[in-house]
Design a protein around this ligand. Sequence first.
Ligand SMILES: Cc1cc2nc3c(=O)[nH]c(=O)nc-3n(C[C@H](O)[C@H](O)[C@H](O)COP(=O)(O)O)c2cc1C
Length: 349
Amino acid sequence: MKILNQLTTQFLHCFAPETAHHLAIKMLRHLPAQNVLSDIDSNIFSQELLGMKFTHPLGLAAGFDKNADVFDKLGQLGFSFVEVGSVTPRPQPGNPKPRLFRLPEQQAIINRYGFNSEGLDYMAQHLQQYPRTCITGINLGKNKETTNYADDFLRNAEVLCTLGDYFVVNVSSPNTPGLRDLQTPEALAPIIDGIQDIIRRKKPGLPLFVKISPDMTVPQETALLEFLITKAVNGIIISNTTLSREGVEGSKNAAEAGGLSGPPLKERTTAMLRRAYKITQGKLVLIGCGGISSGLDAYEKLRAGADLLQIYTSFVYHGPLVIRKILVELAELLKRDGVKNVREIIGHL
Ligand SMILES: Cc1cc2nc3c(=O)[nH]c(=O)nc-3n(C[C@H](O)[C@H](O)[C@H](O)COP(=O)(O)O)c2cc1C
């Protein structure tokens, strides 16, 4: 299994990054997916949040399965939750290629995909066609050309409401002009109110998350978090990719435009989680995302206040076995500290 994982990952890295991404999706669709977690201690990891039962805290972040092509296979590999999208109402090609870059020295990625999406109807069809093998979230985006931004989020929500286990409003991708400007109370209010209305009508209780950027000033971030508490959203994903190039200076692709992900994002997002936990005090579910590739990274994020974790870049560099590696290492750290269930350490610095 380990050798197969290594060979497949090395094979994919022989191709240009975006070709490798498409190939990985094709392989997942057509090959049997083997669960890498058969012997993991589930008691230490299981938790129920917002009516959803998580077998462990590790999920796949948005942007890998943009069109819900393989979410069932990703669940079979061992993720406890998978987030599909970001989806846009109408199909759109995204930015011109090349738009995905590896920074191998830092095991990081810069992407400026710009919401390449097959659109809402395609995603809806796939969500109906394939079985849900783990908790499946739907990450909502907007078309580049739409000026009445709230309309796009609401159109997505209306059609997809009954087809997933939670929604995410993504107002934090750096590659869609103006999207991050929606991270203010005034701009977000109509989106959140509208989606909450749709949820009340179509699937009461469906959890709603907002995914935020790591590039706000602390006062902007605080204002946003306080607003999200008043709006009674269920959780926050911390965070999307960064425009900062801290930690990758001098690297070959560092000057490419786009969002940076992977280890250089880790400390920034952990610090952000700590601040968010202080403000939200357990009232909202926090999903920690950014540079997690080991059990220690996961442990730090949980102690900073994350209830759940997501990965993307470490999955690209290390393949499916990284899920197992992170959880085995995390379980060792928990046992070392005499912890019986992961919830005991959340927010305990
Ligand atoms: C190639 C690529 C595409 C992404 N696309 C999306 C997206 O469509 N929507 C979104 O909310 N986040 C997207 N992200 C951000 C990830 O979901 C995640 O927030 C970020 O990469 C940080 O996690 P990581 O350091 O584990 O990769 C993308 C990231 C990458 C690397």
